[in-house]
Design a protein. Sequence first.
Length: 182
Amino acid sequence: MVDLDAFVDDCKSALASDDPVAAVEGLVRDVIADPEALHSAFGERITGKSLRDRIIFHDDELTVVQIATVPGLQSPVHNHNMWAVIGVYDGEEHNAFFEETDGTLKQTGERLLKSGDVAVLAPKTIHAIDNPIERKSNAIHVYGGNLVARTGRSMWNPRTQEREDYEIGQLSEYTKELSGIA
Ligand SMILES: [Fe+2]
């Protein structure tokens, strides 16, 4: 059994530790070790398909969200302006990493996360995610701040490659465009 409220409480305690990111990484690794239990725990909490509906908890210090990606889903390039721990518990999540130099975006690396894999992203990380497989994939994402309201976040317009202020509604529109979802 996975108790998501207990998980959130454990993450809050981790924030007060000497190394919050490593502590949260350990918690995420533990919670994704039982994918079916995590799947059913989320099933009881998620109220809809939007990103907001999938947020289990958020305050100014912490966000815990379930991220489901349909086949072919592709996010626009974005940053978080806070650390993130990503744990895939079903399927795969491909991460592409970027750097911006003199206003030009360049891919610098990539990592394919499979079920059971955990990735830690630094506050300055710029990335895009996609689901490379033919079925839905599921992950838990934990952020060291408020994912929805964090200021200073950016996303990159997929048509012009220009940096824009992060806005969750527009991010969803770009995701639909890139993914070919009407
Ligand atoms: Fe992200």
